[in-house]
Design a protein around this ligand. Structure first.
Ligand code: NAD
Length: 306
């Protein structure tokens, strides 16, 4: 399956590097020229469990030079999705599949504005990665990846994508309830990211205080209420899932935290901000999510002024 990954940062490079090792034709596309130049000249360095290997991966700053793709996989930050999709349309042929494994809400809608929704599949991933510098990433977390059709059907094309990921030890299943899984992942991000980012905490510190535990629970409970009103089925105990992720990533500074540390825009609009947006549409009040979204937004504004 000729796969083109749009957004070759931490996650795009992780998937692209591994898929290349399996012999698939893979292309990484990123607008960050220094990173692409480093991959082309020295290979992609992936640090994994203390060892670093260098992988020779096809990489380009522009999708126009690549020809058509069987699979286009989006791994840009959510606020770049619209432009990334536009740039990737040159890759489309009759049976091209478009997959997002990004976090947050709204990616499906943004992609489907420009691509026929029959060609779009959704996913979530529990894999984790950190960008170390141009041409270099660290594989930081191992979790399940799920992919699903928008209409919940289990199809051959879905199985082909899952099979391709499994071949490179990216544990993947196909799901008939992918929208539920997108929300289940969202709940984890809603509980952790903005709170840890604002408090300048590593994830694990959120478990050390009754106050942060209470705040996490309040943020997650508001989002659960919205999910239920939308007909989303949340399995198990979401708060247990949030705590399990925090425990497993105790030493990590979450990506939103890193974004604030480096004075970069965050994905708040697709996470707590998306809960606020959905709540407004439903006429429900979500004061904790509104407050934390506003706080992050004010900090972001300071970056532009600075
Ligand atoms: P990242 O910032 O490391 O990488 C994003 C890359 O996209 C950057 O290199 C940027 O230059 C590039 N980009 C921006 N606009 C582009 C365009 N128009 N065309 C091509 N490239 C473009 O981000 P990441 O950490 O890899 O995260 C990507 C997505 O995956 C996010 O939605 C994130 O929430 C999600 N995610 C991340 C992790 C993780 O552990 N990092 C885990 C699961 C999900």
């Amino acid at each position: 399956m000729k796969t083109v990954i749009i957004g070759a940062g931490a996650m795009g490079s992780l998937f692209g590097g591994h898929l290349t090792l399996s012999g698939e034709e893979v292309w990484l596309v990123d607008v960050w020229k220094e990173h692409i130049d480093a991959i082309r000249s020295k290979g992609l360095a992936i640090e994994e469990k203390g060892e670093t290997r260098n992988i020779s991966v096809n990489a380009a700053t522009d999708a126009r030079s690549i020809g058509k793709a069987d699979l286009v996989l989006y791994f840009v930050k959510t606020y770049h999705t619209e432009k990334a999709v536009k740039d990737s349309l040159v890759l489309e042929k009759e049976d091209t599949l478009f997959l997002t494994l990004q976090n947050g809400l709204g990616n499906e809608e943004i992609i489907c504005k420009q691509v026929d929704r029959k060609k779009v599949i959704l996913g979530v991933t529990g894999q984790g990665a950190t960008l170390l510098g141009p041409g270099s990433i660290r594989h930081a977390g191992w979790g399940k990846t799920s992919v699903g059709e928008l209409d919940g059907k289990i199809t051959d094309r879905l199985n082909r994508v899952a099979q391709m990921f499994r071949k490179v030890e990216i544990e993947t299943d196909v799901s008939f309830r992918i929208h539920d899984l997108v929300w289940e992942k969202l709940l984890v991000n809603v509980g952790i990211n903005a709170l840890a980012a604002l408090l300048e905490f590593k994830n694990g510190q959120l478990l050390d205080h009754p106050e942060t535990l209470r705040l996490m629970e309040a943020l997650v409970n508001e989002a659960i209420e919205i999910a239920k009103k939308k007909g989303i089925r949340i399995e198990g105990n979401p708060m247990d899932r949030v705590k399990a992720v925090v425990e497993a990533t105790r030493e990590n500074r979450c990506s939103m935290g890193q974004d604030l540390d480096y004075k970069r825009k965050t994905e708040i609009d697709a996470i707590n901000g998306a809960v606020v947006k959905e709540a407004k549409r439903l006429g429900i009040s979500v004061p904790y999510n509104l407050m934390i979204t506003d706080l992050i937004k004010v900090i972001e504004k300071g970056f532009h002024q600075g």
